[in-house]
Design a protein around this ligand. Structure first.
Ligand SMILES: Cc1ncc(COP(=O)(O)O)c(C=O)c1O
Ligand SMILES: N[C@H](C=O)CCC(=O)O
Length: 458
């Protein structure tokens, strides 16, 4: 297959600079008050060029910008919008909860119900602490692991993202990978020194790290399905190896399911492997601690750290690990999460599986028919497209060889066709219960339009 042409690159650079007047005016107003014009970096479109208009509303699979233009949404609030935007059952649950009071700073029955719902679907979540963001969840998981082991070192994998706490902003994915600056400024050398970074999927590097430093390692943290450098299928046996090494050396295995939890499949990325293990007659491995976010809040700020009861009981007020939050378990947010989870039955996962499979296969077939070199990374219902790669990547170095400029061109072309792709080649594409076969057809047609146009270039 041919790589994307240099003519296309030039065209892309032009496109990156091209901004409509209304968009420019909006970008200037926003940037005057919000750093970079945004409240989270990937929203700034630095990975694809140009400036987005603010979003005015969203319903089902469609998101509408301030100029009234509709886009088929493949971002879905970065995975949180799994049932589709403004689902009537979720909106009505939120209305009902809000009319009973917005926040009490005290425990509610719904918080307990949401925690039970999580445990019922994900057995290793024996106990659950609700927080407001994935960042808090992973940060708390590290604190529990360090308290439990009396050790300092955390192992993470290059290109994986676990939120923006200091210890985890080292060799990170998502917006940091997009910007090409994977280590954040402002993290002290001392904190960074306690984070050991290894290449994802590298069995030798992991085994050597434990052989050399095992007695200093408090925890290994990984995404159940890496999805913040594009979607990476975990290599067979890699998680079991981490689990075995952690158990043998007395370290804690933290599985981050903030993005993949109840999204990659009914029991997240872990559930996919559990099912495969059971089918193969193997005893499934289990995380010691697990973090959730996104789906469990249904679009409002709810996240969780969960796991083995003995570890979770180290949290205050039972134990000496302090963690707290004024708005933790907020009743309105919890209502959105509960209503969302209750929509996620077997039929829902069958739908998500069918639509996501049709979409990744349809897009790949069209790219192939235009002779465009690409690979598709996927695990369960999660997927993303890597342009310029011959095979699905595993490490951050593999991913870095993708053609991000070609992605930008595809992004803008599809935008012109009324489709909102993630504004970075390093993010997953998300579908929801509101996405239909017709929507898949629309995306495939848009790829045809883009690939066709590109193919006509000299
Ligand atoms: C795997 C993973 N962990 C943690 C986070 C952090 O979550 P939040 O943005 O809610 O802080 C994210 C996404 O942002 C994520 O994808
Ligand atoms: N990749 C991130 C989360 O999964 C994107 C969300 C954000 O950082 O704004």
């Amino acid at each position: 297959m041919r790589p994307v042409s240099s003519t296309l690159r030039t065209k892309m650079q032009r496109l990156g600079l091209r901004t409509l007047r209304g968009e420019q005016a909006w970008a200037e107003r926003a940037a005057d008050i919000l750093p970079g014009g945004v409240n989270s970096p990937v929203r700034a479109w630095n990975g694809v060029g140009g400036h987005p208009l603010p979003i005015a509303s969203a319903a089902g699979a469609v998101i509408t910008d301030g100029a009234g233009r509709d886009y088929l949404d493949l971002v879905d609030s970065w995975g949180a919008g799994i049932v589709g935007h403004a689902h009537p059952a979720v909106v009505s649950a939120v209305r009902a909860a809000a009319s009973n009071g917005l926040s009490f700073g005290a425990t509610t029955e719904a918080e307990v119900e949401l925690a039970e719902e999580i445990r019922d679907r994900y057995e290793p979540a024996q106990k659950v602490r609700l927080v407001s963001t994935g960042t808090e969840a992973t940060m708390t998981a590290l604190r529990i692991a360090r308290a439990a082991t009396g050790r300092d070192v955390i192992v993470k994998f290059a290109g994986l993202y676990h939120g923006h706490s200091d210890a985890l902003l080292v060799a990170a994915g998502s917006g940091l990978a997009t910007s090409g600056v994977p280590d954040s400024a402002g993290v002290t050398k001392a904190v960074a020194a306690d984070t050991m970074v290894l290449p994802y999927g590298d069995v030798d590097a992991l085994t050597d790290a434990f052989a050399e430093h095992g007695s200093r390692i408090a925890a290994v943290i990984t995404e159940a399905v890496p999805a913040n450098m594009g979607v990476i299928a975990p290599p067979a046996g890699f998680h079991r190896l981490i689990s075995d090494l952690c158990r043998n050396e007395g370290a804690v295995f933290i599985v981050d399911e903030v993005l993949s939890g109840f999204r990659a499949g009914p029991a997240g990325g872990w559930g996919l492997e559990r099912d495969a293990d059971i089918a193969a007659g193997r005893e499934p491995w289990a995380p010691d601690l697990v973090t959730f976010g996104k789906v469990i809040g249904g679009g409002l700020p709810v996240a969780a750290v969960a796991g083995r009861a003995d570890l979770m009981d180290l949290l205050a007020p039972l134990g000496a690990v302090y963690q707290a939050g004024t708005l933790s378990g907020n009743p309105v947010a919890v209502a959105a999460g509960l209503a969302t989870m209750r929509l996620l039955d077997d039929d829902a996962y069958a739908h998500l599986t069918r639509v996501s499979t049709m979409m990744r296969r349809g897009v790949s077939a069209e790219l192939a028919s235009h002779g465009i070199t690409h690979a598709v990374g996927h695990a369960g219902t999660l997927f993303s497209v890597f342009l310029g790669l011959e095979e699905a990547p595993v490490t951050f170095d593999d991913v870095s060889r993708q053609d991000a400029l070609a992605y930008s061109d595809m992004f803008h072309s599809l935008r012109g066709s009324g489709i909102a792709l993630p504004p970075s080649a390093y993010e997953a594409w998300f579908v929801s219960l509101a996405h239909t076969d017709e929507h898949v057809g629309k995306v495939v047609d848009a790829i045809i339009a883009w690939g066709g146009r590109e193919a006509k270039q000299p």
